[in-house]
Design a protein around this ligand. Structure first.
Ligand SMILES: [Zn+2]
Length: 142
């Protein structure tokens, strides 16, 4: 889904020079084109304005959800910690604070082969699902 024009009804009210159209005596301001980067609006300002006008309609369309929880067994993640004193191998940790686990792991365990191949990509780590799988592999979880 996309739209050619900025979806903020008040876009012409910005009265920018580039929004002027028409001939002398019959000039007017028009909406900007939607930005391909932002999506449906010409700018973050117009997106904020649209959101303020339409948030209640949006939340009703999506539906309200109840409180969400992340249980102990799903709370695994890998953290990269920069510390100039430590060598490369001591910078990756498999963590689950809810379980009290903070286990040093190797770069090979912390990253996918694609991440390891990236230049200057040492801070990339596997996602939380992969972190949980690693915890099971290492016998820290079941
Ligand atoms: Zn706009």
């Amino acid at each position: 889904m996309s739209s050619e024009w900025c979806q903020n009804k008040k876009c012409p009210e910005k009265k920018n020079q580039n929004q002027i159209r028409g001939s002398k005596g019959a000039k007017y301001y028009q909406s900007n084109k939607a930005s391909t980067y932002i999506g449906y609006w010409c700018s973050n300002g117009c997106r904020d304005s649209w959101w303020n006008q339409n948030k209640d309609t949006c939340i009703q369309a999506v539906g309200f959800i109840d409180k969400q929880v992340l249980p102990l067994d799903d709370a695994w993640y890998v953290e990269y910690r920069y510390d100039y004193r430590e060598n490369e191998q001591d910078r990756y940790h498999l963590r689950n604070i809810l379980k009290g686990v903070d286990q040093p792991i190797t770069k090979q365990q912390a990253q996918t082969p694609e991440q390891q191949a990236k230049e200057y990509g040492h801070w990339y780590t596997i996602d939380d699902t992969e972190a949980k799988e690693l915890a099971i592999t290492l016998g820290l979880a079941s």
